[in-house]
Design a protein around this ligand. Structure first.
Ligand code: IPE
Ligand code: IPE
Ligand code: MG
Length: 246
């Protein structure tokens, strides 16, 4: 049977456990239509909802979206405000939308700079979904990979000073546990839309052995079939982790 299997079919025994997505191209999508960038972000939010639903139905265990980077504060205030409003709206609806689904929601990144209302909503959704376990949805909000590593370093220093941890016991595993992603396994597949081929300070520690998939599709145009194409491409890769892959 395996030989007859078309190479357009997803092999469900080899699904990536964790898919991370750098959503990109919302602004260009809008600009090409003569619309304000905010229209692109709103359309992008719809695509996020669709892909969550699709990944959940496929059986992806961990799905991460890069929603707002620690560097995105440098955008015009109106755009930042619009984005923050979209995240708040999404997190409010997620409280209900996740009711009939077994999805745990976790927000990674710094809380510094976020509005009290948004922080409150983050806490509410995380608490509301804490016991769900079919899929974990991670939203990287005010996230930067370097900042993630630095905050982990500070936790390590604190623990060494408190005598909880010995310097000689600082292993990769101990370090990993103190990153924002804590117990979440590293991404197997990282998708970036819009043709940009860079990591933009996303999960830099966690992506050491991640497979990358780049597509020219702008994020608001990204559909279920594009997600499937990324999975199929991933399933053709041979991951070697420095060994010989045998
Ligand atoms: C991605 O789209 C969304 C965020 C970074 C928040 P962009 O806003 O970066 O869109 P482009 O890259 O300007 O087209
Ligand atoms: C990366 O996209 C950040 C998010 C997707 C939230 P950017 O559009 O901000 O990245 P650069 O500036 O093109 O590298
Ligand atoms: Mg961009």
């Amino acid at each position: 049977m395996a030989l007859l299997k078309k190479n357009t079919e997803i092999d469900f025994s080899k699904l990536p456990q964790h898919v991370a997505i750098i959503v990109d191209g919302n602004g260009r999508w809008a600009e090409r239509r003569g619309l304000p960038r905010s229209a692109g972000h709103r359309e992008g939010a719809k695509a996020v909802r669709r892909i969550i639903e699709h990944a959940y139905n496929l059986g992806i265990r961990y799905l991460t979206f890069f929603a707002f980077s620690s560097e995105n504060w440098s955008r015009p205030k109106e755009e930042v405000d619009e984005l923050m409003k979209l995240y708040l709206d999404y997190l409010k609806s997620a409280e209900n939308e996740t009711n009939d689904k077994n999805i745990r929601v976790k927000i990674i990144g710094s809380r510094i700079g976020l509005s009290p209302e948004l922080i409150n909503q983050i806490d509410k959704v995380e608490k509301h979904t804490a016991d769900k376990d079919k899929m974990t949805l991670l939203i990287a909000l005010n996230y930067g990979g370097r900042q993630d590593i630095l905050q982990a370093v500070k936790k390590i220093v604190d623990d060494v000073q408190k005598g909880i941890l010995n310097k000689d016991d600082i292993t990769e595993e101990e370090f990993r546990k103190r990153l924002y992603t804590e117990d979440i396994p590293d991404p197997d597949l990282m998708i970036r839309t819009s043709g940009e081929m860079r990591i933009s300070n996303f999960l830099i520690w966690q992506c050491s052995y991640t497979e990358f998939y780049f597509t020219d599709v702008l994020w608001p145009d990204f559909r279920e079939k594009h997600f499937n194409e990324a999975i199929l491409e991933y399933q053709k890769r041979q991951r070697r982790f420095g060994g010989l892959g045998k």
